[in-house]
Ligand binder design. Sequence first.
Ligand code: FES
Length: 110
Amino acid sequence: MTNGLLHVRLGEHPELNVVNGVLRVTPEGSTDSLFVVRTSTDAPLVLSTICTHLGCAVDLVQGQLVCPCHGSTYSLDGTVRRGPAVKPLARYAARLEPGDVLVIDLGKSA
Ligand code: FES
């Protein structure tokens, strides 16, 4: 990781070669991980794993993102499928660079 940018070489993660594939990564020096999700053939999405209800860490369970604390469930694009959470998971800015390297801007989430 350099300057708040995390580089993920997609070719090193076969789970991201299939639609609905999910990779969990933890940036160096951070305790919070991220989900990198291939929802289509476009560049993968990058989502926070922090539940928008009260901040527990969300897990990948049978193709959905599920919070173990109170059961909020999110689609792989981060939208809420079941509450109590009402806001989607935060999404990080990311872009594909030559060589199939996904560059994630850890300073930019919405
Ligand atoms: S903290 Fe995730 S559902 Fe409450």
